[in-house]
Ligand binder design. Structure first.
Ligand SMILES: [Zn+2]
Ligand SMILES: [Zn+2]
Length: 331
């Protein structure tokens, strides 16, 4: 058999290998495989701008990985797909980690922004006094932080370019946070969205009938959907990931779209298989019902945006931390 040498589409070295759908040398193949299979984070771009050329590519994990994606290397078969029980255990642990931060810690810096939480190696938190009082502002601030800490543990987020990480996080952390709160409230047989100490998730500063109306939708819409569907913990966990694993966001880069849409396939097929396993013949119907939760999250998000815009119009948005403003498009 004659092997014709071609250039590796990643690093341009001569190679006769063909792997993951492209001509690529063994070194690039192993590099890509290692990062996807082990979901190991990438070191930042060595030149700082994400534009290393092919002769310096081998020394830059960030650019090499994104070149692999851009060149069309197939990603999905390499993504770890643990058995469902292991997947649920992993997601459940991450969710508990989020809840631990939310309920027990507070950062030293009272005004962090999304980029700092995403890209700082570690935000410093101190343990809260068990008796310490949390008000609306401190709860919503902690909810944002705990949610972003949770989201950044997912490979499709931390393997993405920094600009894509910001888009994905800013567009979803408020929804992810509400979704978790709604499931906690629903699990304790309550019907009104609240922070963990039972206090209201909206600021009480203003009497206005329109605000009251939108506020009631915010407090009840998601929970009543959970009640309708009698959603369980496993379904909640997979939907939770699907809320922020959304490739349809405007301005995502090409590699961002590849990463997020591939992981979206992996998580939605896990949900589909779970439905088949649990509901057998009715599995496909259940799967469709569950996905309808995502559009309810969209409505919830519109309500939240409307609510805060009304507050802002009346100059009553002073209790809203800047990190939360980043998540709801407030100035
Ligand atoms: Zn190569
Ligand atoms: Zn680079």
């Amino acid at each position: 058999m004659v092997h014709v040498a071609r250039n590796c589409v990643i690093c341009q070295r001569l190679t006769s290998d063909f792997s993951y759908g492209v001509d690529c040398c063994n070194a690039c193949k192993m590099f890509f495989r290692r990062h996807v299979v082990k979901e190991s984070p990438l070191k930042p771009c060595v030149s700082g701008n994400g534009e290393c050329s092919s002769d310096t590519l081998a020394g830059c994990q960030f650019c090499r990985f994104h070149k692999c994606l851009q060149s069309g290397m197939t990603l999905e078969p390499l993504i770890p797909k643990p058995p469902l029980n292991e997947l649920f255990e992993k997601l459940s642990k991450l969710d508990s980690y989020r809840y631990q931060i939310l309920c027990n810690y507070y950062p030293i810096d009272p005004d962090l922004n999304v980029a700092t939480v995403l890209f700082f190696k570690r935000v410093i938190y101190t343990e809260r006094d068990p008796g310490s009082q949390m008000n609306f502002t401190s709860w919503i601030y902690m909810s944002a932080l705990a949610t972003i800490e949770f989201m950044k543990m997912f490979a499709f987020l931390y393997l993405a370019k920094p600009e894509d990480q910001l888009i994905l996080t800013k567009s979803s952390f408020m929804n992810v946070s509400s979704f978790c709160a709604a499931f906690r409230v629903y699990s304790s047989n309550q019907e009104v969205l609240s922070f963990p100490d039972g206090s209201d998730v909206l600021p009480h500063e203003f009497e206005n009938s329109r605000l009251e109306e939108v506020g009631n939708c915010i407090r009840r819409r998601l929970i009543s959907k959970f009640i309708d569907l009698k959603i369980n913990k496993e379904e909640f966990l997979l939907l939770l990931v699907l809320i922020f694993c959304n490739p349809a966001l405007p301005n995502l880069s090409e590699t961002g779209q590849i990463l997020v849409s591939t992981y979206q396939n992996v998580y939605s097929s896990a949900l589909f298989h779970y439905c088949l396993q649990k509901y057998e013949k009715c599995g496909p119907i259940r799967y469709t019902e569950l996905l309808s939760v995502i559009s309810v999250v969209g409505k919830h998000s519109e309500d939240v945006n409307n609510y805060y815009v009304i507050l802002q119009l009346h100059g009553l948005d002073y209790s809203i931390p800047s990190i939360v403003r980043e998540g709801i498009n407030l100035l």
